[in-house]
Design a protein around this ligand. Structure first.
Ligand code: SAM
Length: 244
């Protein structure tokens, strides 16, 4: 898809503008990256994209790779810590990949999004939210994203293993203006059953070998399905408050 993405995924490291090499931590994985890329590639009308929370920039790379070559494609990134905590890695990667249709707003989303809304209401085709990891931030980012998105646009949320993003998704699912369009899930051993088994491991180990226990844990009924990333499609205007 893109040499810079391939190299990051191969080495698990990125280089900052200071020249320091950083180990990746909790970025979107290969499957999530492909999900974002394929979602955008499948809809040629997606050109104007917005990302809240860039960090080492793997989502930014997938978004720009997907819109690359589309007329008027433009990616707006909001991240207050890009050049400090993240050592400019996200932007450096976009430069290395030779993408130039993007801008960085280096401000907190709570300041940047209201300003964008004054000028760009209903203008974005795609918004990716993974900024500050608190529920009120996730909700605030989604509040503005909903108003910044055009009808037919997509809102993608990541980090659904964390409570703030999961609560925001639960709320978005109640809004008539959205339909859940697609998601990335993984199947994991059910955490409660794992815990139970670990508690009774000693008595159980007299009955089963380690190998048997491993096989038992693979049984589908002992597994749970976890959603990691979700994409909503805006299917209507948000008309709940008609007096706005
Ligand atoms: C979990 S990281 C994003 C990881 C990234 N999506 C990836 O997969 O590599 C969260 C990002 O949100 C940024 N952030 C923190 N507070 C923010 C705020 N108030 N507004 C916007 N972004 C914020 C952080 O600097 C960081 O880049």
């Amino acid at each position: 898809m893109n040499k810079v993405i391939d190299s990051i995924q191969k080495t698990g490291t990125v280089t900052g503008k200071s020249g320091r090499i950083h180990k990746l931590h909790s970025p979107i994985n290969r499957q999530e990256g492909l999900f974002v890329y394929n979602l955008i590639r499948a809809d040629a009308s997606v050109k104007k994209t917005l990302e809240i929370g860039c960090a080492y920039g793997l989502p930014s790379l997938h978004i720009c790779a997907a819109t690359n070559g589309r007329e008027d494609a433009w990616h707006t990134i909001i991240d207050p810590l890009q050049n400090t905590l993240w050592d400019g890695v996200g932007i450096q990667n976009l430069d290395a990949a030779e993408f130039d249709a993007f801008e960085l707003i280096e401000t907190k989303s709570e300041f940047a999004l209201p300003l964008l809304l004054q000028e760009e209401k209903g203008q974005f085709d795609f918004v990716f939210v993974e900024g500050s990891q608190t529920f009120d931030h996730a909700l605030l980012d989604c509040f503005y994203a909903t108003r910044l998105l055009r009808l037919g646009g997509y809102l993608v949320l990541d980090s659904l293993s964390r409570t703030p993003a999961r609560c925001a998704v639960d709320f978005l699912n109640t809004l008539p203006c959205y339909e859940e369009y697609a998601s990335v899930s993984e199947t994991l051993p059910n955490p409660w059953l794992r815990r139970l088994l670990s508690l009774v491991r000693k008595p159980v180990s007299r009955l089963f070998t380690e190998e048997d226990l491993k096989t038992i844990l693979q049984e589908p009924f002992l597994k749970t399905r976890n959603t990691r990333m979700v994409a909503f499609k805006k299917i209507a205007e948000d008309n709940r408050d008609r007096d706005r």
